[in-house]
Design a protein around this ligand. Sequence first.
Ligand SMILES: [Zn+2]
Length: 214
Amino acid sequence: MMFALCAGAVEVAVDVGHYAAEPGVISASGKPEFEYNLALALDVKVELEKLQMQVRLIGEKGDYAVLRHRTRDAAGADLFLSIHHDSVKERLLPRADEFAGYSLFVSRNNPRQQKSLACASRIGKAMKESGFIPSRYHADPVLGESRPFADEANGVHYYDNLAVGRSASMPSVLVEAGVIVNREEEDRMRDPAVRRRIAAAVAAGVHACLGGGS
Ligand SMILES: [Zn+2]
């Protein structure tokens, strides 16, 4: 029934986390997170388009300082997908090499909370099937922020006040692709072949969630 009401192709708003003036985490080698987010978002765009989905890039020019403008400018898209790379708490930076893996976040304040979770779970499942490992430390009360798991097996957490989750009118998922304050993980994230595998997994998960199939 739903598909009969939806004219045209599925559209995904791919949001490049952070912006030029505040480029996010600084990686182990001193690079701003925004560079990583942009490179991965462009690969995700390619992979989504291969699966016949339309893509609207948000923030790729590095000029979106106001978070709610991102979700506003995504109006009409079927999914808001925010691309980030992860860090750890400042006091844990000396131990950053101990932290690795991807994390996914959804907000229970999003009006499409169940669809958000379904998409995040599919993305996490596809990441695992591609050999990536979900990070556990965001859920840890000491090392992380006690973020409750929404789907522990697939690395999905609830982050209810997440601005891009809360302010989106469509389902919304935030992806932390890997921990770039970890030296080895940063090297992996910088490898174009690894980046393409992440992008393909993200796109496959989105397709499984939005693009038909079970
Ligand atoms: Zn970020």
